[in-house]
Design a protein around this ligand. Structure first.
Ligand code: FES
Length: 151
């Protein structure tokens, strides 16, 4: 059994008899896989003895869960107060238009996943975007497009 399969199996075995364990199971399954795939959702429903539609109902309610794999590069767009005041919405719009995704989605080629986040801790550089571990500040729509092209 591959490592991820084994880890998921351990989680399911541990929680299958516990009532109200759906959220922690979903969280751990996502931590193992990076996202919640269809087969994993079916397996969770089967093992916890609940309808698959109910598993989806709960999982889609919370923004922490994702149903597609993460992209190669994670683009965090700061929407904290300082960034908001300095045009974060415009940066986000232009970035999403350029990548042809909505915030929270992954591009079709799997290269980028965008995320809306709260303060990244460098407000003096607002508006700020973080790509993987790299922070880019004092952004404009043009700058953000040029930065994305480097990846
Ligand atoms: S509000 Fe964006 S870095 Fe603080």
């Amino acid at each position: 059994m591959p490592d991820k399969e084994q880890a998921l199996e351990t989680v399911l075995t541990e929680y299958q008899k516990e009532k109200g364990s759906l959220i922690p199971v979903l969280q751990q399954a996502q931590a193992i896989q990076g996202y919640l795939s269809k087969p994993v959702m079916s397996r969770i429903a089967e093992r916890l003895g609940i309808y698959e539609s109910d598993v989806y109902g709960v999982a889609t309610f919370y923004t922490q869960f994702r149903f597609t794999p993460l992209g190669k590069n994670i683009v965090k767009v700061c929407h904290g107060t300082a960034c908001h005041v300095n045009g974060a919405e415009g940066i986000s719009d232009s970035l999403c238009r350029h990548l042809k995704v909505k915030e929270g989605e992954t591009t079709e080629d799997g290269k980028f996943t965008t995320e809306r986040v709260a303060c990244l801790g460098c407000c003096s550089l607002a508006p700020v975007v973080m790509i993987n571990e790299e922070t880019y500040g004092r952004l404009t729509s043009d700058k953000v497009k040029k930065i994305l092209d480097r990846y």
